[in-house]
Design a protein around this ligand. Structure first.
Ligand code: SF4
Length: 364
């Protein structure tokens, strides 16, 4: 059986990515079968529990307040609304709910307490709960773990070098620090990135170096294809080809053999045949639901039809790790510290982000 290595170099990863496709697919599929059931795919539902109005400047994101996009912002959803959506997701075959909030970082207080209650509620439905809430302190990670969180998503997005071309309001090390804080608990780590943001192959390999040299490697890695949204700095980027997606998935599978590799944003631009090749190359997770936070996604029935055609089965919850216990708020051993951590504000300027901001100002 292939071993998990934590010392991959960019050159090795590039050599894998650039192999003749049939060899790459054969190698990735072989490793995939050694570590996973190739006919089982995890289905996750991504739920935007707080949409829009974010203070960050991520060049790909329509939720950044500074860009002019046509998404509608929402305040934090209620626990009741989230429970209803989770039940719907469960009946549609999802084993995991991932709740996303458009925050720079988690702030202690009422809203975070409400998110903790959402985590407790979903865990009690016997579904895996994941959150993506921005940067986290160690105490906040521990409180999420105690509520029954199964996974925390925090993407590295790209290579450290290219990250500076996409986001100017926080640094790569901030991302790694949050992942580190999650690792101080028993919550699993979900971290991946986006291709098609104008990065080169070295950047794709660089991102995989950063992810694969984490020890342990992330338990899940979403591979997103950019969905270019009008009004964002990356609005003019051309969609990535399916071949790039297949190569990226296969390379991720080879360097991160035990990780669940998730086909994420950009699936609406892929044919079923293209998605089938991604599954063959080692993808074993998808996001379900007609929206991925704010961008379109195939609807659940379409996905279940595709599963039937390909003979795939949705993965049962807690297949890879036991269900965490939920501790009720009144029994919590952690207090809200009211922390106001200072994260990096590198404040370098990205020309296209500035241009999109100016354009938005002119339109307002
Ligand atoms: S990706 Fe997240 S942090 Fe960045 S602008 Fe969008 S919501 Fe904010």
């Amino acid at each position: 059986m292939s071993e998990t290595r934590h010392n991959w170099t960019k050159e090795e990863i590039l050599a894998i990515y650039n192999k003749p496709l049939m060899e790459l697919l054969y190698e990735a599929a072989t490793i995939h079968r050694e570590h996973h059931d190739p006919n089982v795919v995890q289905v996750s539902t991504l739920l935007s529990v707080k949409t829009g109005g974010c203070s960050e400047d991520c060049g790909y994101c329509p939720q950044a307040a500074r860009y002019h996009t046509d998404i509608e912002g929402n305040d934090l959803m209620s626990v009741k609304q989230v429970k209803a959506q989770a039940l719907r997701a469960k009946s549609g075959g999802s084993s995991r709910v991932c709740m996303g909030a458009a925050w720079r970082n988690v702030k202690d207080g009422e809203e975070f307490d409400q998110v903790l209650e959402m985590v407790r509620t979903i865990n009690k439905l016997d579904m895996e709960v994941c959150c993506t809430l921005g940067m986290l302190t160690e105490n906040q990670a521990k409180r999420l773990a105690e509520a029954g969180l199964y996974a925390y998503n925090h993407n590295l997005d790209s290579s450290e070098e290219y990250y500076k071309e996409v986001i100017s309001t926080r640094g790569y090390q901030d991302r790694l620090d949050t992942i580190d804080n999650v690792r101080k608990t028993n919550v699993t780590v979900c971290s991946g990135g986006i291709i098609g943001m104008g990065e080169n192959l070295e950047d794709r390999a660089g991102m995989l170096v950063a992810l694969s040299t984490l020890n342990p490697q992330p338990e899940s890695t979403p591979i997103n294809a950019l969905v270019a949204v009008e009004g964002t700095p990356l609005e003019d980027e051309k969609p990535v080809s399916i071949w790039e997606m297949i190569r990226m998935v296969a390379t991720t599978r080879i360097v991160m053999p035990e990780t669940q590799v998730r086909l994420s944003a950009g699936r609406t631009q892929m044919t079923r045949e293209g998605q089938a090749m991604c599954f063959f190359a080692g993808a074993n997770s998808i996001f379900a639901g007609d929206k991925l936070l704010t961008t379109p996604n195939p609807d659940v029935n379409e996905d279940m039809e595709m599963f039937a055609v390909l003979g795939l089965e949705p993965q049962k919850p807690f297949t890879k790790k036991v269900q965490p216990q939920t501790v009720e708020a009144q029994d919590s051993e952690f207090e809200s510290l009211g922390e106001k951590p200072k994260w990096t504000r590198p404040e370098h300027t990205i020309e296209r982000n500035e241009a999109a901001k100016e354009k938005a100002k002119a339109l307002k």
